[in-house]
Design a protein around this ligand. Structure first.
Ligand SMILES: Cc1cc2nc3c(=O)[nH]c(=O)nc-3n(C[C@H](O)[C@H](O)[C@H](O)COP(=O)(O)OP(=O)(O)OC[C@H]3O[C@@H](n4cnc5c(N)ncnc54)[C@H](O)[C@@H]3O)c2cc1C
Length: 471
């Protein structure tokens, strides 16, 4: 139990604020656990955005396909119903994309994500899903001198590839005009950014799939996928194709484990404070983040709350309670919020929750088919999956149905990034490096020079050839 601004709160003891809010609007039809051995064309493991968008696009490509989704919790019970709701573009990922795939392919990937953001809005309209979709762009705020060069390089690269209209520099006054905080200096503005209520979106998607005849079994953990048959305690699904859409839980799946480490991210949610938002001029609905590797990201809600997220410092070998009930991570996130928004000192933090993010060696996801057969995956979103999962669903549906589309030619399809080291080095290393990154960035933010050892440790991933953390 912890006490934030006078409110007793036990993180992890209840679902995210988003999901509670969404379930209060609409519970949806029950989807009982699997209790028989059945057959299907496609079995999807995981009822988050990746799995559900894949099922959705399969029904678009061929309405006659038999699709079964197996979810260990309820659909959206994982990060898809807990995230910050940033559906954001990839123009800030250009460095990694160009390094990996070259400028032309990088541009096509960015454009595909941009289209996905717009398409999520269209999907909500078409299916009467009120997911609070608001496309007002993304402000990057510099909060430490060390970030000035990072910001400049990011904007310069967009200019170099001919995308200066997508990402441009903001002066300190321009940042202030969108949101005033004593912590913000200058920054940048990315046009592609929409906020959503993520749980309303994922539950709305679930409703559309049920209407289309997709079979969903919730509270159905898959214990293994053998060939393309998924096994659970209550029965199995024998299918022609299997999709692994298990996000950070993939660290325990032999098919995916070397592609991922799991880090935590936590969000705190304030009480409604529309007057204070008005005072700081943050009424335009922009998404905002800083430039830390252990990113702090924040957005508003229609009733005037701030949802403020921050990367937690833990990395683990399994997705355990530390991803949902880590009071240190909640305290660190709340401290970040108080630092950036001192004028909200009297506004209570009403909620806090966390979840795992599936960090890839490149900071970017890959989608594809495993070499071992008709098993497909989408993994490695690195805490940025709201828009990319839509694209992943299209890609996987196209691969499964053999459609010859532009999406299957995108560079992250069937890309094979360098693997992480095997366990136990992977999770130990990830945990140590993560703490070092946070310590380095916190020192820089406070105007201190980080210690030598901390700086060296924080740079380890780059030195090992991974596109993660500071240079
Ligand atoms: C706190 C937090 C904030 C975030 N903020 C943002 C953000 O603002 N913007 C953004 O783009 N991204 C954000 N992300 C990341 C984003 O939520 C994910 O990238 C995205 O939801 C991934 O979708 P998914 O379907 O792949 O994973 P999930 O939503 O995790 O779905 C995977 C599902 O698989 C299920 N599963 C796992 N193992 C099994 C099994 N053995 N059997 C059956 N089911 C299983 C899980 O229960 C889960 O529901 C955030 C993540 C967190 C944790």
């Amino acid at each position: 139990m912890l006490n934030l601004t006078g409110l007793a709160l036990t993180p992890g003891s209840q679902r995210s604020w988003w999901l509670r809010e969404a379930l209060a609007q609409e519970q949806g039809r029950p989807c009982p656990p699997l209790a028989a051995d059945v057959k299907a064309d496609v079995v999807v493991v995981g009822g988050g955005f990746s799995g559900l968008w894949t099922a959705y696009f399969l029904t678009e490509r061929d309405p006659a396909l038999g699709v079964v989704v197996l979810e260990q919790d309820i659909c959206g019970g994982g990060p898809s119903g807990r995230n910050g709701g940033f559906a954001s573009g990839w123009w800030d990922e250009l460095h990694g994309l160009v390094t990996l795939y070259g400028p032309e392919a990088a541009l096509s990937a960015c454009r595909a994500i941009s289209s996905s953001i717009a398409a999520i809005g269209d999907f909500c309209d078409a299916h009467s899903i009120d997911a609070w979709f608001k496309r007002k762009g993304y402000v990057y705020a510099i909060t430490a001198a060390a970030h000035e060069q990072i910001c400049e390089d990011m904007v310069e690269l967009a200019r170099e590839v001919g995308a200066s209209e997508e990402l441009r520099e903001l002066s300190a006054a321009e940042v202030k005009a969108r949101c005033t905080s004593p912590a913000f200096r200058g920054g940048a503005y990315m046009r592609d950014g929409a906020s959503v209520q993520p749980a309303r979106l994922v539950r709305g998607l679930r409703r559309v799939l049920l209407e289309r005849g997709v079979v969903i079994h919730e509270n159905t953990p898959v214990t293994r996928v053998d060939g393309t048959t998924a096994f659970t305690a209550g029965g199995s699904v024998k299918a022609a194709h299997a999709v692994l859409a298990v996000n950070a839980w993939g660290i325990r799946w032999p098919q995916l484990s070397r592609r991922l480490v799991a880090w935590s991210s936590y969000i705190v949610m304030t009480a409604p404070a529309p007057e204070q938002l008005e005072e700081i001029g943050w009424t335009g609905g922009e998404l905002i983040s800083d430039f830390r590797t252990s990113l702090r990201y924040f957005r508003t809600t229609p009733d005037g709350r701030i949802a403020f997220g921050g990367g937690g410092g833990r990395a683990r070998r399994t997705v355990d309670a530390m991803f949902t009930s880590d009071t240190r991570a909640v305290d660190e996130t709340a401290a970040g919020f108080r630092l950036m928004f001192p004028s909200f000192a009297e506004v209570p933090i009403e909620d806090a929750w966390g979840g795992p993010i599936d960090v890839s060696p490149t900071h970017l996801p890959t989608f594809g088919r495993l070499e071992t057969g008709n098993v497909y995956y989408a993994a490695g979103y690195t805490g940025n999956g709201v828009a990319p999962t839509y694209l992943a669903g299209q890609v996987l549906a196209d691969l499964i149905t053999g459609a010859d589309t532009d999406t299957v030619r995108l560079p992250m399809v069937n890309a094979t990034p360098r693997s992480f080291p095997p366990e136990p080095f992977r999770s130990w290393g990830a945990a140590v490096v993560r703490r070092a990154m946070i310590a380095k960035e916190t020192a820089e933010e406070n105007g201190r020079t980080p210690g030598f050892l901390v700086s060296q440790l924080a740079r380890t991933p780059r030195r090992m050839g991974y596109l993660l953390g500071p240079d």
